[in-house]
Design a protein around this ligand. Sequence first.
Ligand code: HEC
Length: 132
Amino acid sequence: MASAILVRLGLLTLCIGLFGCERQISFAGDVQPIFLANCVVCHDQVAEGVAASGFSMVDYDSIMKGTKFGPVVIPNSSISSTLYLVIANKTSPEIRMPPHHEASLAEGRGTPLTQDQIEIIGTWIDQGAPNN
Ligand code: HEC
């Protein structure tokens, strides 16, 4: 009996430790505040990010629409999503977002998102990028 309980406890720990058994991320509660604080200053209807890429991040529909070249969020696959790649330092420095390559840093703008913020956005995409 006791060992059965121990096995269950062990599995639970494994689940939390290895696989995350992640909580459901909320677009409105978790993801959008990060975008509003770090991205929309350039990716609104008029600013430089939108002028260069056509990518507005003012609301869910704009984010899912993507740039003038197409979507940057591929639901269920953060690793195929340009939006994730540019925030997670998986691209060349010039296109990291928010811009935090040397030129931007020298101009005093652009610091990377925190690891937690990057994970929240990646998990949200992997959970299907819902408008929740
Ligand atoms: C200081 C202004 C600025 C901020 C802040 C900013 N961006 Fe950008 N972003 C740009 C510019 C300019 C471009 C166009 C760059 C280019 O085409 O080389 C761009 C392009 C992009 C692209 C398209 C990349 C591609 O290759 O298609 C994505 C996705 C993106 N930004 C996401 C974000 C996200 C997410 C944030 C917030 C975490 C953010 N940006 C913050 C200025 C900004």
